[in-house]
Design a protein around this ligand. Structure first.
Ligand SMILES: [Zn+2]
Length: 58
């Protein structure tokens, strides 16, 4: 995932998928939420999934 957290990590784990996407910084453990549409625009590649719900492409 390209987005970089201020702590220096650019690895994120998806912890919740819904109307909003909740992702957690793997390095520092902080979670942020963003609207799914923002997620789709900004997050081109996801490094790690929790579950495979979001990973399914149609
Ligand atoms: Zn972080």
């Amino acid at each position: 995932m390209k987005k970089q957290h201020p702590c220096g990590s650019n690895e994120w784990q998806i912890t919740r998928v819904g109307a909003d996407i909740k992702i957690k910084c793997i390095n520092c453990g902080r979670s942020i939420m963003l609207p799914r549409i923002e997620f789709n625009k900004k997050m081109k590649k996801v490094i790690q999934y929790e579950g495979d719900e979001y990973g399914k492409k149609d």
